[in-house]
Design a protein around this ligand. Sequence first.
Ligand code: ASN
Length: 483
Amino acid sequence: MVKKKLMTLLTAVTALFLMAVGGASASADKPNYVISTDATYAPFDFQNKNNQYVGIDLDILKEIAKREGFTYTLKPMDFSSAAQMVANGQADGIIAGMAITDERKNGPVYDVSDPYYQTGVAWITKKGSKIKSLDDLRGKTVALKTGTAAANYGQSLQAKYGFKIKTFKDTDTMYSDVENGNSAATFEDMPVIQYAIKNGRQLEIKNPNNLGNAGGCGFFVQKGKNAALLAAFNKGLKEIKADGTYQKIVDKYLNSKQEDFVGSRADNNSVWGILKTNKQAFWDGMVETLYLTVLAIVLASLWGLLLGVMGISQKLWIRGLSTTIIYIFRGLPLMVLAFFIYIGLPGAIGTKIPATTAGLLTLILNEGAYTGAFVRGGFEAVDAGQMEAARSLGLSRGQSLRKVVIPQGLKIMVPSFVNQFIITLKDTSILSAIGLLELTQTGTLIVARNSQGFRVWAIIAVIYLIIITLLTWLSNWLKKRLR
Ligand code: ASN
């Protein structure tokens, strides 16, 4: 009986949830494409202080979409995940200051547009560094960004120059590692490093006249698919080049200072200034974190209760099923599960999964497994004599469970639930890896634009602590009610 009720509740809530997060809207007549991008790659792609994604790439894309009559949903994340999204069919295309290398152009993964911007790989050290030539890098550490053309170029020099490699997911963290002196050098695309230096990064380009892999940036789609999108991009690109719009976009980013987009340096130099300049971003990040946490707590608790009840079933196969599910999802690291659902699964099943749905599913499966384990433990902890006594009073097994065992078990579990709620809140931060714009990803994006790591992460930490305190109060209040 309890099982039945739980099942009904679970189905109802799941249906609601799917309605809430599913159905990306597409207008009837225009095709809607999913396009992934690098979230932090100024001047090509970055977020301004109003939380809008801007940059040479994104302005070009916007203009072309308008002219060629298509719409798109943008998926900003780290570059290697963004590229995998296209490889797996999760996204229709990627625009991310992505170099048209021979490997990409002739390989099995992509079709690529006409080049839209000149690029090439620079090697970079800290400003004033004693390192003068690649030979000086022997035995030193070089920072590279996963999956990039610049990283491939760096790796191709490794054997010859004998340096060690450290990898990063985003360009800004990589720069900081060089500025801090942890890495001796890095490799990055020329337009990107030039923009960073212009905006105050204490770095130096060593080979300005001798770039590696010089060539163009392109818009990439999955090979053999989306020919129409690619054709539309090429056509639109020609048009905007011909009528001067392209040049206007490029000039806008090259002639401006980052400050124009992300707020003045003075504004970004104090905690208060950072809060004020980025208030919209912090607020949106917090709302997303709360949304994920609350939905995940409710759904994972229900799923965990079901797993727990299954775990004390009289039927061996039901108990076995519960144990297996708990074993699998408790055993998998959250991030692996998130990547599997968001990036892996769609390739196999052929449908796109929205990031929020993938994120929530990840949380429900993972937190639900932990919940299932302590729920089962809680029921088992109720003295066996209770069940026997209830049965001897003439109650059926179901009634005894519902009226005697479960209420006592639930009380035992309350502290574990509270604990799990707090863990769930903290675990939402891992979903930044699949591009969900929750608090942690918000922090990454703000640091990418103002380079104020210490202050921004301190603010983010305080916001988490405030939410955790609120959550603990709420849980304590619930605890009292349940007594
Ligand atoms: N420029 C990189 C590449 O071509 C892409 C990026 O880092 N956004 O691989």
